[in-house]
Ligand binder design. Sequence first.
Ligand SMILES: [Zn+2]
Ligand SMILES: [Zn+2]
Length: 276
Amino acid sequence: MNINKNAKPIDTHSHSDFSPDSQMSVKQAAQAAFEAGLGGFAITDHLDLKAPGGDTRFAFDPAEQQMMIESVSKDFPIKILKGVEIGLQPENIDDIRIFLKDFEFDTVIASIHFVDGVDPYTGGYYEGKEEKQAYGRYLRLTYEMIRTYDDFDILGHFDYIARYAPYSKRSIRYKEYADELDSIFRFMIYNGKALEINTNTYRVRNGQCPVLDPDILKRYSQLGGELLTVGSDAHSPERFGEQFEHYMAFARQCGLRYVSYFEKRKPFPLKIEEFI
Ligand SMILES: [Zn+2]
Ligand SMILES: [Zn+2]
């Protein structure tokens, strides 16, 4: 990434080695984000309680993570936000509440990583499902879950289900999922939640790359959506701020005027114009 404008964007989604799928220390992350020209970033480590197959690795001690962030923050002239990415499932809501009740984060991302006890990343989810069924089920579950647990700031990668899909069309089109997306957006706008552009989704996997449908962002804006975040979902240093300029310009063209970050759970909107 090469951002040489006056204002510096904030990457609101990344994982340190407090997440089991990242080897990156908080210090390495800070160095990389600083070198990428960011004004700051959020470390949003995974909290996926009751993961399928009894996988208990996706949890961390927030006290340790926050102490590490505070310590590293002293050595870098950029903002390092304390965050968590909670994986919502119907069966883990009470556990999430208990787990988080004693800690204060800057940023809470809510994501759906598992559907009906299956991890789409491993592929089994798509077996025997048409695209419409696979994506539709994911979006309806998303709506159900955010209504059940709304103590979050950002909806993470709303189109995660397209990342690993085996279909020839690996994108979610607004016109095919208008009802599902409208329900999600209306709820989010009414409740002050931010929509995330997760640039990790738009990378080539198995020779294919999902595309972000501009009609999705246009509709979000048309319904009154103003809170938007851009996150790289970096699990390694080189991905900080990846494609930010492109997607901020894209969002601006779709009618959105701000990108935000969350500090102490409050949104701070920044004008997209300052970055593009
Ligand atoms: Zn995620
Ligand atoms: Zn993530």
